[in-house]
Design a binder for this molecule. Structure first.
Ligand code: IMP
Length: 425
């Protein structure tokens, strides 16, 4: 019953898609377990760039069943547009399976997301405005509409009316906007989405268990990351789902005993989009250099990402909350031209050194990173595909990360292309 979870260990955009794609070769099924089209996975295949938001990365392999699990929130129009884009580029999306228990993101969720952000003013979270938070909020309020509701027109209309009897009050009375007509929305969704989505809607939990019982390899693909987790991240500057390994079990419908491998993906430096604490943030020319070389702009929103040095305090915490068994370090080549690299090994909080992530978030805001400086390799790594070709300084950097967090690095990415990586041991 081999299951692998791929999880981000920072604030997202670690390059999980690349290693999900690589591991997919050995898998039969790739399952997205949380989030929605706030995610952006970029894959470069034979020089061709694929930017995926909802469809699991495994779709690019013919032998894989890509699954959108129950924990995901799905905008049906976005999903259909993405499937159409893939079909036009010769990718078969007929194998895609969509959980009937996944919740729908509808136009009013996106409207509420934008209104809520505007209402927060200076305290805004910097969400992707994709309606993620409001859709998960409706799920918790138990007024969400699920994918399976599409299959019963009467139920679908009834649930939309119930949801909107609440939401329309918020739209009109709190935000002074026009109400959404539930029947017009139902007409649009049913007429445009039902037929094309129907063949894909199944009980994905059953499907995943059948695969596991047949000893097939299943990969659970996380979106966002540990520090954007609703419970374990830097709340409230987080997303509204659980990207951590526990969320993978809930969002796919499997128990933890099925999981034998948890791969944590970390970028060789850190970035974050949107607001929130960030101890190793760089606001100097080193930061600009990382953003320029690493092309650190949001796949979906185009926003500039905030850059910073690698933080092993955070990674140690990510190791614990996810039970990481191994690490993949991405974008090592982005550091090629740096003379000196800084690894945050602890924080100074008002004169006290701590190697643990502070429990109280006000302390995280005040944390001053304590760095170990390491020499850069100042060599182009983009052609490196074997461990032996890595310069001594690059080994030094990777070994220092391993030593700090106590988990082995198994994969290292040296460029955006599918073949630009090293198996590390
Ligand atoms: P939401 O997920 O759109 O509600 O946004 C909440 C926070 O998560 C914001 O700070 C976003 O920038 C961040 N976020 C959401 N998805 C991603 C992602 O895929 N990569 C990086 N940050 C993300």
């Amino acid at each position: 019953m081999p299951t692998t979870i791929v999880v981000g260990t920072q604030w997202g955009d670690e390059g999980k898609g690349k290693f999900t794609d690589l591991l997919a070769k050995e898998m039969s099924m790739v399952v997205r377990y949380q989030g929605g089209h706030n995610a952006g996975h970029t894959l470069v295949v034979d020089g061709e760039v694929f930017a995926l938001q909802l469809v699991p990365s495994g779709v690019l392999y013919d032998h894989i069943v890509p699954v959108i699990g129950n924990g995901v929130v799905v905008d049906p129009f976005v999903l259909l547009a993405e499937m159409d884009m893939l079909s036009r580029r010769g990718i078969d999306t007929g194998r895609l399976r969509l959980s009937g228990n996944a919740h729908l993101i509808l136009n009013y969720h996106q409207q509420l997301d934008a209104l809520h952000e505007r209402h927060l003013g200076k305290s805004k979270l910097g969400t992707t405005k994709r309606g993620i938070g409001p859709a998960y909020a409706d799920k918790s309020l138990r007024i969400g509409v699920r994918v399976q509701d599409l299959l019963d027109e009467m139920i679908f209309r009834e649930k939309l009316r119930a949801a909107l009897s609440h939401t329309n009050k918020v739209l009109t009375k709190v935000y002074n906007r026009l109400p959404v007509d539930p029947d017009m929305l139902a007409d649009k969704v049913l007429s445009e989405c039902l037929e094309p989505l129907k063949p894909h809607i199944v009980d994905t939990t059953d499907l995943i268990h059948d695969a596991l019982e047949a000893d097939q390899h299943v990969l659970l693909e996380g979106a966002q990351a540990t520090f954007l987790d609703l419970d374990h991240g830097t709340y409230p500057f987080v997303t509204s789902s659980n990207p951590t390994a526990g969320g993978a079990c809930t969002g796919a419908g499997i128990g933890p005993r099925h999981v034998d491998r948890v791969l944590g993906v970390a970028k060789s430096y850190v970035t974050r989009v949107g607001a929130g604490p960030f101890p190793t943030e760089l606001t100097d020319s080193d930061g600009d250099k990382i953003v320029d070389i690493g092309r650190e702009y949001g796949t979906n929103t185009g926003r500039r990402r905030r850059p910073g040095w690698f933080d092993t305090v955070m990674l140690r915490h990510a190791v614990r909350v996810n039970s990481l068994t191994e690490l993949a370090i991405t974008k090592l080549d982005v550091l090629d031209s740096f003379e000196r690299l800084r690894l945050c090994v602890a924080y100074d909080i008002e004169g006290e050194r701590t190697e643990k992530l502070p429990y109280h978030q006000s302390e995280l805001h005040r944390a001053v990173p304590i760095y170990e400086d390491l020499p850069g390799w100042q060599t182009d790594l983009t052609e490196v595909t074997e461990q032996g070709q890595l310069p001594e300084e690059a080994h030094g950097y990777l070994r220092a990360i391993e030593a700090q967090v106590g988990v082995p690095v198994k994969l290292v990415s040296t460029g955006p292309g599918r073949s630009q990586y090293v198996h590390y041991s």
